[in-house]
Write a protein that binds this ligand. Structure first.
Ligand SMILES: Cc1cc2nc3c(=O)[nH]c(=O)nc-3n(C[C@H](O)[C@H](O)[C@H](O)COP(=O)(O)O)c2cc1C
Ligand code: SF4
Length: 529
């Protein structure tokens, strides 16, 4: 029997040389005539260890990392195939503390299986949720999802079961499921990781959603910056059709579900569900007025479920293990697990799936190991570019939707971006406002004009020009944007701006004009891009 060696094909691993490692490994296997099967898996989400090479041994999988192509011959010489010691050996993968302390439900298979092996997927528990769903009524599936407490992971935390119920109860000849894979938030990558590492779990989730609300057609809208994920999904969908998991008779149930994948238009606003639907229909990505909600009149005017990748990829485990199992994780109204994405100035960047309730501090220090620079942490932005900046004193906030709202913040898609004490929060506030000006779809005045005026006012504050009056003006402007914007881009951008002023007033009160007052280049002002 051949030994299995795993080298990730995930874009993050590839960006640091995983393809070269895989090639070096394949060459060595051929020249040494070794009985080895080389498998390209997804990423385990421990980015500082990528490329992470694993070998299957009788004790379990043993990890080595970060591995470079040059190290491959010496790793093989020193017994990698038997999982022997080496300076790069990390021991059993599952025992690595970053991974061991997690509660992986949605990501249970990510990095474990060959993403495009349907048999691997099924061996590891795949399609059990769909199998159960095909024996249930649509109402029972919807209630199972509602009872699990699952809330949308795209940002707003809207109850998924409630959304599905609306679509199920809206009569129409045609309904759609649309998966939002635009993932535009700074510091986030959970959607990409699962699309590249376990695409069938997303396909299964979409299929269950289709059966639940009686929609026979679905689309995955993938951001244009994710070409690998796009290709993986295309191939996985083709495999799904070839094996009867998509098409006219899903898993022998007699139910139809067709699925296709589309590439996004490269704008942050195309992640907002109505702009996404416009883009999917081939138009410019611009917000639609609500109501009507997409659940009533969505894609091509038909009732449509729009859900985030992680929301949909979580549905199979809920159907497989039951609502009760899932809702037993978490705290308060935040049930299940959150996929935390650690980014920015952090020692151990990566994906942590853990029950809601962990504090920001635990996520950043116990998992992330603190700042990469070793300097004191000063600020954290959770929830993407529309999320608030929290100071050190708020690090004991539990990761829970309501706890973040109480502190005028937002948990969003679970991205956490860390800054050390060299950060200038006045500059970050300006970044936030300029981000809004650049990404505004232009449909409403408070956002289109307000964000540009906002940048000008912040420049005056930084430049010490009539500072007191301009701070008051900025406050008024933020109020108008919050109350008058048509969507959450203009409506929430005051969150990062005002949190920076509230928690870090000293950065807005420098007596000399800041040399940063005139930072204007787009690249420079969007450090997360
Ligand atoms: C400006 C803006 C950008 C957004 N970007 C995304 C995104 O990239 N991905 C996503 O899933 N939701 C995004 N959303 C939220 C979606 O509008 C929508 O609420 C979500 O896709 C619904 O899925 P869920 O209920 O599963 O979270 C965005 C919202 C706004 C206002
Ligand atoms: S708030 Fe901004 S992005 Fe949203 S509709 Fe108005 S102009 Fe468009």
């Amino acid at each position: 029997m051949s030994v299995k060696v795993y080298v990730p094909c995930d874009a993050a691993a590839v960006s640091v040389g995983a393809d070269a490692v895989a090639k070096a490994m394949a060459d060595q296997i051929a020249s040494r005539r070794l009985g080895v099967s080389l498998i390209r898996n997804g990423s385990r989400g421990m980015f500082w260890l990528e490329p992470l090479v694993e070998v299957e041994t009788p004790r379990g999988r043993v990890a080595y990392g970060p591995v470079s192509a040059e190290k491959v011959p010496s790793l093989l010489d020193e017994g990698l195939l038997e999982g022997k010691a080496h300076s790069l050996c990390l021991g059993l993968t599952e025992e690595i503390p970053f991974l061991k302390r997690q509660e992986r439900l949605t990501f249970a298979r990510c990095g474990v299986i060959d993403p495009l092996s349907l048999s691997d997927y099924i061996t590891h528990g795949g399609y059990r949720g769909l199998e159960r769903a095909t024996r249930m009524t649509p109402q029972a599936i919807v209630e199972e999802v509602a009872n699990s407490g699952l809330r949308g992971r795209g940002g707003a935390g809207f109850p998924t079961g409630m959304k599905w119920r609306t679509v199920l109860n809206t009569a129409a000849q045609q309904k759609y499921i649309v998966c939002n894979a635009d993932e535009g938030d700074s510091g986030t990558y959970a959607d990409r990781l699962i699309m590249e590492g376990d695409p069938f779990v997303l396909i299964e989730g979409l299929t269950i959603a289709g059966i639940a609300v009686e929609a026979t057609s679905g689309y995955i809208y993938v951001r244009s910056e994710y070409p690998n994920a796009f290709r993986t999904l295309e191939r996985a969908i083709a495999i799904g059709y070839d094996n009867g998991y998509l098409g006219a008779n899903v898993a022998g149930s007699g139910k139809r579900f067709d699925l296709d994948v589309r590439l996004g238009a490269g704008a942050y606003i195309c992640g907002e569900e109505t702009a996404l639907l416009e883009s999917l229909e081939g138009k410019r990505g611009q917000i639609r007025f609500k109501p009507p909600l997409p659940a009533i009149q969505g894609l091509f005017g038909k009732p449509t479920v729009v859900n985030n990748v992680i929301s949909l990829a979580t549905v199979p485990i809920i159907l497989d293990k039951g609502a009760e199992h899932y809702r037993n994780f978490g705290i308060g109204k935040s049930r299940g697990t959150l996929t935390i994405q650690l980014a920015g100035n952090i020692q151990r960047g990566g994906l942590v799936e853990k029950a809601f309730g962990l504090t920001l501090r635990e996520a950043i220090y116990d998992f992330g190991g603190g700042t990469a620079s070793g300097r004191p942490l000063r600020a954290v932005q959770a929830g993407g570019p529309l999320g608030a900046y929290f100071p050190e004193s708020l690090l004991d906030t539990p990761l829970d939707y309501e706890a973040f709202i109480e502190r005028k913040g937002m948990l969003g898609h679970g991205g956490i971006v860390v800054f050390d004490d060299t950060v200038d929060l006045a500059r970050q506030a300006r970044f936030a406002m300029e981000f809004c000006a650049v990404e505004s779809c232009g449909k409403c005045t408070p956002c289109r004009i307000g964000s540009t005026r906002g940048v000008e006012v912040i420049d005056k504050i930084i430049g010490n020009q009539d500072r007191k009056q301009n701070l008051e003006l900025l406050d008024d402007l933020c109020e108008v944007m919050t109350d008058g914007s048509l969507c959450a881009l203009g409506g929430l951008i005051p969150l990062p701006v005002q949190s920076a002023i509230r928690h870090f007033p000293e950065d807005f009160d420098k007596q000399v004009p800041s040399p940063l007052a005139n930072v204007a280049s787009k690249e420079d002002s969007q450090p997360w891009r």
